[in-house]
Design a protein around this ligand. Sequence first.
Ligand code: AMP
Ligand code: GLY
Length: 426
Amino acid sequence: MKILVIGGGGREHAMVWKLSQSPKAEKIYCIPGNPGIAQFAECIDNISVTDKVGLSNFALENKIDLTIVGPETPLVAGVTDHFRELGLKIFGPNANAAQIESSKSFAKDLMIKYNIPTAGSEVFTDAEEAISYIKKQQPPIVIKADGLAAGKGVVIALTHDEAVKAIQEIMVDKVFGDSGNKVVIEEFLTGEEASLLAFTDGYTVIPMLPAQDHKRIFEGDTGPNTGGMGAYAPAPVVPEFLKAKIVLDILEPIITALREEGCIYSGCIYAGLMITKDGPKVIEFNARFGDPETQAILPLLESDLVDIMEACASGENKLQEMEDEISWYNGSNVCIILSSKGYPGEFRKGDVITGIPEAENENVIVFQAGTSMKDSELVTSGGRVLGVTAKGKTIINAVENGYSAVSKINFDGMHFRRDIASRAIR
Ligand code: AMP
Ligand code: GLY
């Protein structure tokens, strides 16, 4: 089979690495890919990930059997719709279904209509009305830009003044552009967060191992939010019975809801959850694999990822047949993100990276995210640079393997959190 993966971050490196282990994967292409991905796939960097015609022409010319979308932007741009119209097999929901990620108010309306547990909320299109509502609420107040904002569109305001400032920035100053035309103001939930990702063909939902992300830049969950500074799986905050409950109360209902609303969903559905004392509640849905959750989860998958993704993309109820076949390694995996100095604000680029070959071994893989080649040296080129990913029989072993590998890697301004998976260890 010829496979095309769209994207070029750590998540896509993990996907391509796993896909390449399948005897079915004859040739893998990645658009745009990165130097890490180039070890397993031919990378094509002259087609934009949102250029649906450019991408479909590439797929047709190269006789691609299966295309897999990593990030959300191609979904929102209608790449999946366009491929399906041409009869090309693709893993990823159509644009109308991807609104569960691209519009928080769409996701909220659907959750309310189909009785899916989530934080109470109100939606506003007018800044004055939002502010007068805020004045009646007890902080902390959760304010979310409706549209995509690269994981930065959420403000947890601890005072009324902070909340008003957030409305001003999002709705009036438009720091996230049109994503701030609407805001969702939400009840503050307390508990422990977890991510449950699942494979789906639009009918059957098969959960992966539960994971936990570390969104803040500094240890102890302090400092600004990032795309994610590390993850591990499985997360003990979601034991087996709770996973079953999340599938039954949240994941299956949202997939059924989307189907009933006429939206085609195939691919990965991601529920960002708060495990509250009243049970799991949805914080957000993503219409794709998480980054860095994917790096933590996929190395634990023992089954053939090509088979699973092909079944998801079939458009028929094929995944059901695989339900008992998907198996996972009985141990833990941790991904520690190494980021550039300054991230998530403005960050340095072009620093030489050393030590990856020394860090890797049978338990450790280094997934590349923000890297590029310069004068035949690997250099930093993004905020999140590497995801050092380590397996172990227990979470403690995995963490020890991970940090021992991190100690061998170096670049100027390298930053990482030393407390990845500490909740699981506690
Ligand atoms: P989101 O982009 O919606 O995942 O939100 C980013 C982060 O904000 C989440 O990972 C949570 O830590 C926090 N958050 C979002 N919504 C809530 C909420 N309703 N209550 C408490 N924390 C929240
Ligand atoms: N790690 C969070 C996300 O992928 O959105």
